[in-house]
Design a protein around this ligand. Structure first.
Ligand SMILES: Cc1cc2nc3c(=O)[nH]c(=O)nc-3n(C[C@H](O)[C@H](O)[C@H](O)COP(=O)(O)O)c2cc1C
Length: 310
């Protein structure tokens, strides 16, 4: 969480500001490096999205672009220009601290209906100032300024990742960009502002983004993002598992599945990296098993494992 009074909707999600928290993070990255790993924090401001499990509310006033959490659904206050400027600065400070502590990268959470995404989304951004507008390009100005603030704080050579999604937790069917032109309007300014890597969140990585253009086996979100911006991209979504994230949150058990489709897409250089969520949360040996061809050893993903340290 960045340093804003209502950045968080869950007291269990750690902060990335304040001396004590940053000292803790220093221990984390040193331990990861000692084990040969690399790591970056994902910086959050949840906007007006409420707590996932209950009633917890943050100490500060809940804030969002236009006082909405979804179209026609009020929550929180519309942010003043001053609140916006302070939030942009807070993202920059957090990124600068990540670099200073020795992290290898930083990722900005611009996806899933949280604050940055609430600015992108016409349904939650009704502003008439320079942070709003009829096009996704205009509504990207907040994110562009966040990225510029982050880039200024970390300098030219530190990798900056931005996570984006068409879908929102408030509405899985929403799309910010319905055409490649609209997607270019959305993404190119972000890359020009200083993003190195676009992390393109899908629930199922094999779903084509614009099948009306390149067919049912066409490029996915990360594929189009790479093609349109020439930035490096990360894909994600149900790698190695039969059911998607939302099904898991609903309690469904996912079975291990083939990686052939993923390998084919990596071979054709559709995107540069793949992210793996639940398969790894459920089985820290997943990568080793895949590398060694131990298909029999791959486990089902049961949502119950989220309650355990595995
Ligand atoms: C328990 C849990 C926590 C998650 N937390 C985050 C998060 O903090 N930030 C984020 O961008 N995505 C988060 N996600 C979504 C994952 O990053 C990933 O996009 C999603 O699980 C789809 O990948 P998968 O099908 O491989 O699990 C979370 C998912 C799960 C299951």
């Amino acid at each position: 969480m960045i340093d804003r009074p209502a950045a968080s909707n869950d007291p269990k999600v750690p902060s990335f500001y304040g001396e004590a928290a940053l000292a803790g993070w220093k221990g984390v990255i040193d331990a990861v490096h000692a084990a040969g790993g690399k790591m970056g924090p994902q910086l959050w401001h949840v906007g007006s999205v409420p707590n996932f499990f209950g009633e917890w509310t943050p100490p500060g006033t809940v804030e969002s672009p236009s006082g909405l959490v979804a179209p026609g659904k009020p929550r929180g206050e519309s942010m003043s220009e001053e609140a916006i400027a302070d939030t942009i600065a807070a993202f920059g400070r957090a990124a600068g601290n990540a670099k200073r502590l020795g992290f290898d990268t930083v990722e900005l959470h611009g996806a899933h209906g949280y604050l940055i995404d609430q600015f992108f989304w016409a349904g939650t951004n009704l502003r008439t100032d320079r942070f709003g507008g009829a096009t996704v390009k205009e509504r990207s100005r907040f994110a562009v300024e966040v990225v510029k603030s982050v880039r200024a704080a970390v300098g030219p050579d530190f990798p900056v990742i931005l996570r984006l999604s068409q879908w929102k937790q408030q509405d899985y069917a929403v799309r910010l960009a319905d055409t490649p032109d609209a997607m270019a309007d959305w993404l190119v300014p972000l890359v020009e502002a200083g993003v190195d890597v676009l992390h393109c969140s899908q629930r199922r990585f094999w779903e084509p983004e614009f099948p009306e253009i390149d067919g049912p086996d066409g490029l996915n979100f990360a594929g189009w993002a790479k093609k349109l911006t020439r930035a490096a991209t990360i894909s994600v979504g149900s790698v190695g598992l039969s059911g998607d994230l939302i099904a898991s949150f609903g309690g469904e058990i996912s079975k291990p599945t083939s990686l052939d489709n993923l390998l084919r897409r990596l071979d054709r250089e559709e995107f540069d990296l793949i992210a793996v969520g639940r398969a790894l949360l459920g089985d820290p040996r997943w990568v080793t098993k895949v590398r060694d061809g131990d298909r029999e050893g791959l486990k089902d993903f049961s949502p119950a494992v989220l309650g355990e340290l595995v």
